[in-house]
Design a protein around this ligand. Structure first.
Ligand SMILES: Nc1nc2c(ncn2[C@@H]2O[C@H](COP(=O)(O)OP(=O)(O)O)[C@@H](O)[C@H]2O)c(=O)[nH]1
Ligand SMILES: [Mg+2]
Ligand SMILES: [Zn+2]
Length: 290
């Protein structure tokens, strides 16, 4: 049997990109899948047989890692976190919220700071300095002069990525640049029109020529973090992780407990105070349910 990945689903057909010849096959499901109520998502790896030429039948669903709900994509490996250097202004608390979501889902993270034409590369690097220091991968882009697009594309190679970030930062513009055929509407006005017209449109994975697959619509619109356990939260802050095992109390929440190594690291400036303050704020959000 052949193996491949569903990159598009439409009217009961699943379009499978075969791993061996990298061709696209239009496949349908064996009836037993429908009887059992098994859902197939874009991103799923399947085994299929070819009926003739580019037409096939899906015989088997391979185990998936995670699957996102909105957009419905299985086996996502990376969150591309897009923010703007300006317009809208960078909101680090929102960056940290997305980062802990990515860590909670165990996704790789690529931070993309867009609109650097508005602030310049030097200023952009200053803004992201702390994220660079805690060793997140960062690319700096600008769709006006098309700067950094190669770096972005390189960061998308050989895995499935979903873009995320606040509205107005340039996600659709970047996705359009990566795939000119996608022709996603950008900007405020067109967003409204789009919402009315294409509400039932399905997500697709855009195949790049470097083996990368990118969801054509941004995801992670639900930013609630209340599914995270209070004691798990610290581990989702990458730079806190190494200190936590040495806290005196193994149920330490890094608040006022004695001999808390996290607090010490904040005092010694080994952990950014701004990140720690966001930790405290998220902790009270999780605990207080507000
Ligand atoms: N100056 C500048 N404007 C940009 C850049 N990228 C996107 N924009 C503009 O920002 C607005 C929002 O872009 P859009 O792609 O719709 O953002 P989205 O809401 O994140 O999908 C549009 O008017 C874009 O033309 C950029 O790199 N530089
Ligand atoms: Mg958009
Ligand atoms: Zn502690």
């Amino acid at each position: 049997m052949r193996e491949g990945r569903i990159i598009k689903a439409y009217s009961g057909y699943y379009y499978v990109l075969a791993f061996d010849d990298e061709e696209l096959y239009e496949t349908s499901l064996r009836g037993r899948f429908k009887k059992k109520g098994i859902d197939f998502y874009v991103g799923d790896i399947v085994k299929f047989t070819v009926v003739n030429q580019q037409v096939g039948v899906i015989e088997e669903l391979c185990p998936r890692s995670i699957s996102l709900k909105r957009p419905a994509v299985a086996n996502v490996e990376q969150m591309v976190l897009v923010f703007a250097g300006q317009d809208p202004e960078l909101n680090c608390k929102l960056v940290d919220r997305f980062l802990i979501l990515a860590e909670a889902y165990d996704l790789d993270v690529l931070i993309c700071l867009n609109k650097i034409d508005l602030i310049g590369l030097e200023e952009a690097k200053k803004l992201m300095n702390k994220y660079e220091k805690i060793s997140y991968s960062i690319v700096y882009t600008d769709i006006k002069l098309k700067k950094g697009i190669k770096d972005l594309k390189k960061g998308l190679a050989n895995r499935i990525s979903v873009f995320a970030g606040p509205s107005g930062v340039g996600k659709s513009s970047l996705l359009n640049l990566l795939n000119p055929e996608a022709d996603l509407t950008t900007g405020e006005v067109s967003q409204k029109i789009k919402r009315g017209k294409h509400t039932t449109r399905h997500v697709e994975l855009i195949p790049l020529d470097n083996g990368g697959l990118v969801a054509d619509t941004p995801g992670f619109t639900a930013l609630n973090i209340d599914f995270i356990a209070p004691r798990q939260l610290g581990y989702l802050f990458k730079e806190m992780r190494e200190y936590i095992p040495d806290c005196k109390f193994n149920n330490c929440l890094h608040l006022h407990e004695p001999k808390c190594r996290v607090k010490e690291a904040v005092d010694n400036e080994n952990i950014y105070e701004s990140r720690y303050n966001n930790y405290l704020s998220f902790l009270s959000e999780i605990e207080g349910g507000n």
